[in-house]
Ligand binder design. Structure first.
Ligand code: ARG
Length: 462
């Protein structure tokens, strides 16, 4: 295909250079955004009499036909083309000749690509936002079923205090809520039209940038022409929000991997969402979770690619920026894939309540409650903490538990111990009575569920 810029050159570029330079293999996915953007531009050119009304209409009509042809598979991308922008423009010119050549008046590929990527990312963020909401629903629904499922809560991966599975799952609902907000926020900041920045310096034509921005549902225009064509900070913000979301999914995946092990056996994945081993017949592997954990590294790589690509380039456009696409597309595709597979995996997994309960009964998980018992009966917490620790040491030495230790032994440590201590350190009691805001108890879990529901209701139909 003859280059648009062939006029300046005496020789054709080498095939290798063409291949090296070309981005159509990955930017072709922005064909719809490119066409919609060109339609808005052509409309504005017609309205402002920069081109005639008839030419503007013919361009818009033909662009519509090109869009249809691509979607019906009647028009194939030419992978010899330099990029999607050149491809669409050359098809337009093939179809309507000189009129097609008027489209690029007061526009540059520099502002065109800055526009297309914003439009494309805006749509993709909407898809991700909905997927995140769906996953929040999944975590919240499972939590609602496990308000009374007791499990050990861990710090340093050591049994620490009893919690409910509901509270554990709701922690992830809240992480995803923040991921949602971060992405939404990045979308808002990105939603300004660069079109009309032209190559870098604006134009002498009497264009109407606001009209194009309104037509394309932007909240306004990028106010500085050099900034409009030369920053990709929004890709960094999006990749960063995606990285955080992947990090959350990765932590959850790690927990599921542990919880599936014979050592824990807290949950069992559905056969449809686990894999076997080619040699060990007994194996049922949590490959999905391991892949999510693994892919998180890859998404971090995308973020670093974008940051590094941008850090050394002078204003305004530089071809380095073409490297933004594969990185940000990969980050989006990866998160989308992970959210899609995670949801049904969680929905179908079996929770082994008994094993969770048994694990919570071990490890002196109610030692803090024993100390709290003394505090509620008048002792200072630090002293109570010390006594509780000594009693735990005694139990370990005598191979017994806090629940089984006779009252007369307790009395040797403090007169404050009475028969009601056993009720106080009972696992159910000390789990369900933890009702401070955000805690594992029934009341506070219900409050969290209500709060999440409110958030879902507010954002579900956006
Ligand atoms: N394919 C290019 C990109 O992705 C489009 C802009 C090219 N502009 C230019 N002057 N070479 O960034």
């Amino acid at each position: 295909m003859a280059k648009m810029w062939a006029g300046r050159f005496q020789k054709e570029e080498s095939k290798d250079v063409n291949d090296f330079n070309s981005s159509i293999s990955f930017d072709s996915r922005m064909y719809r955004n490119d066409i919609i953007g060109s339609m808005a531009h052509a409309k504005m050119l017609g309205n402002k009499n920069i081109i005639s009304k008839e030419d503007s209409e013919l361009i818009i009509k033909t662009l519509g036909e090109i869009l249809e042809d691509i979607e019906n598979n009647e028009l194939q991308f030419d992978y010899e083309a330099e990029d999607i922008h050149m491809f669409i423009e050359s098809v337009l010119t093939e179809r309507i000749g000189e009129v097609g050549k008027r489209l690029h008046t007061s526009r540059s590929r520099n502002d065109q690509v800055a526009l297309d990527i914003r439009l494309y990312l805006r749509d993709q963020i909407d898809v991700l936002l909905n997927q995140i909401l769906d996953c929040i629903v999944t975590f919240k629904d499972l939590a609602s079923k496990h308000k009374k499922t007791i499990m050990p809560g861990y710090t340093h991966l050591q049994r620490a205090q009893p919690i409910t599975l509901a509270n554990h799952l709701l922690a992830y609902a809240y992480m995803l809520k923040r991921d949602y907000e971060r992405l939404n926020d990045a979308k808002k900041r990105m939603n300004y039209s660069p079109l009309g920045s032209c190559a870098l310096a604006g134009t002498t034509y009497d264009i109407d940038r606001m009209m194009v921005a309104n037509e394309l549902n932007f909240d306004g225009v990028v106010m500085n022409s050099l900034d409009g064509v030369s920053d990709r900070d929004f890709t960094v913000e999006i990749a960063s929000a995606i990285s955080l979301c992947m990090m959350h999914l990765s932590r959850f995946s790690e927990e599921i991997i542990m919880w599936c092990s014979w050592e824990f056996k807290f949950i069992e994945l559905d056969d449809a969402y686990s894999t076997g081993s080619s040699i060990m017949p007994q194996k049922k592997n949590p490959d999905i979770c391991e892949l999510i954990r693994g892919k998180t590294g890859r998404v971090y790589g995308d973020l670093i690619t974008l940051l590094t690509m941008l850090k050394g380039i002078p204003l305004a456009y530089n071809k380095d920026m073409q490297e933004d696409k594969e990185a940000i597309f990969d980050a989006i595709d990866t998160l989308s894939m992970c959210l899609k597979i995670l949801k049904p995996m969680i929905e179908t997994m079996k929770v082994n309540k008994d094993n969770m309960r048994k694990a919570a009964a071990k490890g002196f998980i109610n030692a803090t409650d024993l100390a709290d018992y003394l505090v509620k009966n008048g002792m200072a917490f630090r002293s109570a903490y010390k006594i509780s620790g000594s009693i735990v040491a005694y139990c370990i030495d005598h191979n017994t538990t806090l629940e089984e230790l006779p009252l007369d032994v307790y009395k040797k440590y403090s007169d404050l111990f009475k028969e009601d201590l056993y009720k106080y350190i009972n696992l159910e009691e000390c789990t369900f009575k933890r009702n401070s805001l955000g805690a594992s108890g029934l009341l506070s879990v219900n409050l969290q569920i209500k709060d999440i529901n409110k958030f879902l209701k507010k954002n579900k139909n956006n």
